[in-house]
Design a protein around this ligand. Structure first.
Ligand code: PMP
Length: 368
């Protein structure tokens, strides 16, 4: 730390992202990326956009946000809310540099010393960092014994609520009705639903935007849409909330989405059918992996995400992580209490999962 650093940041403990090793080829199952490359249309559009990089990108992401609003409206109608499906327009959408950016904007806009952030004790590790970074207090509500969120614990929570659904790192999803209970139980507070992993089997809360103005939904192109490296996320909410968030965006970095990423995002939206098939394939591989892990004696949470959260009754989670890494398979280990026995494993291709299962079998035999 230099002697110039502001007191505000002296104690800040930054978020530690999962390893992105550049030195060795790993079977990489540690950061919940898609095993599938971006659709060809996304690659073609991004490279065309590269030819005009002398110009600034569109700060309003006009074309992308219009297409996204159309796609979300269609998704909402498909989610069984046809009669009350809100027709989203670009006024309801903010596009950001990964969903991390819109999450940070939400902490900046809607949390303060009077309005603490409220989230589960086990969830996305960036939430407490965003709170600290913005100098706002936060309250963690413990997951129950089965590592589930109990919606009853969030009624009248007295702050801005952040719920990842499915939750990180358990992958367990609440139903839309359960989230609605939380939204209804906090009419004067904003509920932020982080749907980073929603496309792998959970219910989206998009249809609830028709009924509630205290809801902000966050999604990303990083997981189901194969664009983690492009950094593209978005928030969906009332036009008023989107205006708040745009005030913050325009006061920090109006050109937050580069031209290649905007183009790649458009390409992905043209290939929704391919994305849907990719998600189905991840879901099938998740089931395949879960069955084999159960047979090996692992305890698993009921994941609706593109990862599983597993622990072995006899072998230490940290040791499993280390041994797997030594053998070229990278998974994610967290040392926080209640999580230290677990490992989180991204669901990759069938071939990747077969390598993972084979190496894991050897490691368990050796360590138990
Ligand atoms: N929310 C959750 C729950 C996540 O796990 C992640 C990925 N680390 C994000 C948001 C952020 O993803 P991105 O910034 O790539 O959109």
């Amino acid at each position: 730390m230099s002697r110039f650093l502001s007191d505000r940041y002296k104690d800040l403990e930054p978020y530690v992202p999962g390893e992105q090793p550049q030195d060795q080829q790993y079977v990489k199952l540690n950061t919940n990326e898609s095993p599938f490359p971006p659709p060809p249309a996304a690659i073609a559009k991004a490279s065309q956009a590269a030819e005009r990089l002398q110009l600034y990108s569109d700060p309003d992401c006009r074309v992308l946000s219009e297409k996204l609003a159309e796609m979300l409206s269609a998704q909402c109608a498909g989610a069984g809310a046809a009669a009350e499906a809100p027709a989203f327009t670009r006024e309801n959408v903010i596009i950001t540099n990964g969903s991390d950016e819109v999450l940070n904007f939400a902490f900046m806009a809607y949390c303060s010393s009077e309005k603490p952030a409220v989230f589960p004790d086990i969830t996305y590790g960036f939430y407490p960092v965003f709170a600290d970074m913005n100098g706002v207090p936060y309250r963690e509500i413990p997951l129950d014994e089965d590592l589930r969120i109990d919606p009853a614990g969030y009624i009248g929570a007295g702050g801005t609520i952040f719920i990842a659904n499915p939750n990180a790192h358990t992958g367990i999803a609440l139903s839309r009705d359960q989230i609605e209970e939380i939204i209804r139980g906090n009419p004067d507070d904003l509920v932020v639903v982080d749907e980073a992993y929603v496309d792998f089997g959970a219910e989206t809360c998009l249809p609830l935007l028709e009924k509630y103005d205290n809801l902000l939904i966050i999604q990303t192109f990083s997981k189901s849409r194969s664009l983690a490296g492009a950094r593209l996320g978005f928030g969906v909410a009332s036009a008023e909330i989107i205006r708040d968030l745009n005030t913050i965006r325009n006061s920090t970095n109006p050109y937050n989405i580069n031209a290649m990423t905007q183009a790649a995002g458009l390409g992905v939206l043209e290939e929704e059918e391919m994305i849907r098939r990719n998600c189905e394939s991840v879901i099938a591989n998740r089931r395949y992996t879960q069955e084999r892990l159960n047979a090996m004696g692992f305890a698993l949470t009921d994941s609706s995400a593109n990862f599983i959260f597993m622990k072995h009754p006899q072998v230490d989670g940290g040791q499993i992580y280390e041994e797997m890494k030594r053998r070229g398979v990278l998974i994610r280990h967290f040392t926080k209490p209640r999580m230290a026995q677990y490992n989180r494993v991204t669901i990759g291709s069938r071939e990747q999962m077969d390598v993972f299962l084979k190496v894991l079998g050897e490691v368990i035999e050796e360590l138990k």
